[in-house]
Design a protein around this ligand. Structure first.
Ligand code: FAD
Length: 533
């Protein structure tokens, strides 16, 4: 699909009037493109970095109702989210998977065990299923043997779901493209274009991998730029809508912080929940929630203060493991595009979304990964109010293309890996397997990814730079020490020809990747008790 000189082919088709131009290639833009193409609307999505480069590759990876939003009175957000969770579980097996959650309860803690019981009952009622129970101290210790047992009096078990956020975005975008949509990465909307009556009717697009710009006209421009939404709106003097909050995570090797299910800890200093979850064969712990004060166009990164915050919770609640910051192999940080301004605790700002029309442009902002389908439905509805000839969207529209379950049936890979491939790549999984060279249906060591996924990504998935491949097409940059640098020569053998990079380009990409990883994905240095042996 995105093979060879695909970018040139797309650029040669830009010079015409589109029905819709969607700016932003995160989960929000992806969802809008998917539903627009389902309706036969001629839509173009443009992303200035890599697909999912923004917040949508940096989430906690949960498809969840958000138990804590209940505590903040955001019942509407939780209700919508648990319904979407159930729908995505049904539509996207292998990509969105059920995950057990454990919440340890301790003597004298606040919120009390009773508050949790009420919250979980409400949570299940909203999802119309009864899926939680309380476990005694003894039973809980079997489920989570590394949680500090001093003062532990038991714990709750409930269910949410987990995903790979980037693969979610890519599956949605690629299915949209198969269905007639168009998507381009490394293409920035630099300016808005206006009609004579002052309405937005296009964007000036700049190719960041070539040297070209073009004016792209559209009947409707949708601003789906997440944390950058206010930047695009500044083109007509729109007042800021967003409050930006950063959340950072640590990644540990599973052997060092082993959890079979997710564990929700209450931070000992401020009682905020911190999740510790199994993900892609490793353990992810996070997140923080701080006003984002780093330059918005820089790759966000975890600060020593955030590291200290997370390590304080992990060391207190997993006391028997005696964890050190140096045990973590990677960190990653993302910026939440929350709707709101002002002061106060950012973790209490609503996770709801809104669609706003200004000068004929729609801005869809806020929300969550979990609710991207309803965000897209709301955007398409708002679009129809502006352009009544657009088809009506059903609130129950599916996001993913249906698959014939189990159609892969390859003898060379196990059932679990087949399900994962179908979930991550949809109908393309078959071609991915067919394109594998001998030995490439093996796992890349210490990861759940196959070598064949690297070949496929390099040849077919619009990789512009090495970090796209290492951090987003597969996640080995987060799962292996030093961002997987030790494997780069083996990786090169699989991908270099597919990428069409000569040796000089390869070396440049390796150097840039190493620098990026060290500055934004390594674990910050913390000179205190969390690091000292
Ligand atoms: P983004 O993913 O940021 O996409 C916007 C894109 O627009 C970017 O890729 C950017 O490069 C591009 N762009 C910007 N300007 C331009 C331009 N001028 N031209 C072209 N492209 C442009 N939600 C959940 O449901 N579950 C979770 O577990 C969860 N955890 C989270 C943890 C953290 C730490 C954070 C920060 C958020 C979390 N969320 C979670 C929320 C969720 O990740 C976000 O709501 C969602 O990813 C936002 O997606 P988006 O597409 O709106 O923004």
């Amino acid at each position: 699909m995105w093979h060879g000189n695909w970018r040139d082919r797309v650029w040669s088709r830009l010079d015409r009037q589109w029905d819709m131009v969607i700016v932003g290639g995160g989960i929000t833009g992806a969802g809008v493109l998917r539903l627009a193409s389902r309706l036969g609307i001629e839509a173009l999505l443009v992303e200035r970095r890599d697909f999912a480069w923004g917040t949508s590759s940096r989430s906690t990876k949960l498809v969840h109702g958000g138990l804590r939003y209940l505590a903040h009175g955001q019942i509407g957000v939780t209700w919508e989210s648990v319904r979407e969770r159930e729908r995505l579980l049904e539509e996207g097996p292998g990509l969105v998977e059920r995950l057990g959650f454990l919440v340890p309860t301790f003597d004298g803690q606040s919120p009390s065990k009773r508050s949790f019981a009420v919250g979980l009952a409400l949570y299940d009622l909203l999802a119309r299923k009864w899926d939680h129970r309380y476990r005694s101290r003894q039973a809980f210790r079997l489920l989570a043997p590394h949680v500090d047992s001093e003062e532990l009096n038991g714990g709750f078990c409930y269910y949410d779901a987990v995903t790979d956020d980037v693969r979610l975005v890519l599956r949605v975008i690629r299915e949209a493209v198969r269905n007639g949509g168009t998507a381009l990465n490394y293409s920035a909307a630099r300016d808005l274009l206006f009609s004579a009556d002052g309405r937005v009717n296009g964007v000036v697009l700049e190719d960041l991998l070539g040297e070209r710009t073009i004016e792209v006209r559209a009947r409707l421009v949708v601003n789906a730029t997440g944390p950058w939404s206010d930047e695009l709106r500044a083109g007509f003097g729109g007042k800021p809508l967003l409050r930006l909050s950063r959340g950072s995570h640590l990644v540990f090797p599973a052997w060092r912080l082993p959890v079979a299910q997710a564990i929700t800890l209450l931070h000992p200093t401020d009682n905020r929940p911190v999740f510790v979850l199994p993900w892609e064969g490793a353990t992810v712990a996070g997140t923080t929630d701080l006003d984002h004060d780093q330059p918005l166009d820089d790759e966000p990164h975890m600060t020593p203060r955030e590291l200290d915050y997370l390590m304080t919770a992990l060391r207190a609640r997993f006391r028997p493991l005696d964890l050190r910051a140096g045990d973590a192999i990677a960190s990653f940080a993302g910026v939440r595009p929350l709707i709101g301004s002002g002061s106060g605790d950012p973790s209490k700002v609503s996770r709801g979304h809104s669609v706003r029309e200004e000068r004929g442009m729609l801005t869809i902002a806020g929300g969550k990964l979990t609710t991207f389908r309803t965000m897209a439905v709301d955007t398409l509805r708002a679009a129809r109010r502006l352009l009544p000839d657009f088809p009506l969207i059903s609130p129950d529209v599916c996001m993913f293309d249906a698959l014939d379950g189990g159609s892969l049936a390859s003898d060379e890979i196990g059932q679990g890996a087949q399900l994962r491939l179908e979930g991550y790549y949809g109908a393309e999984a078959e071609n991915l397997i067919a394109s594998a060279r001998p030995g490439e249906l093996e796992l890349i060591p210490e990861t759940p990814s196959l070598w064949a996924e690297l070949r496929w990504a390099a040849g077919q998935e619009g990789v512009g730079h090495l970090d796209d491949l290492m951090l987003r097409r597969v996640r080995i940059g987060l799962l292996l020490p030093d961002g997987g640098r030790a494997l780069l020569s083996e990786i090169r053998r699989v991908v270099q020809d597919e990428l069409g990079w000569d040796d000089e380009r390869w070396q440049e990409e390796v150097a840039a990747y190493a620098q990026l990883w060290d500055s934004a994905y390594s674990v910050p240095v913390l000179f205190d008790s969390h690091t000292a042996p």
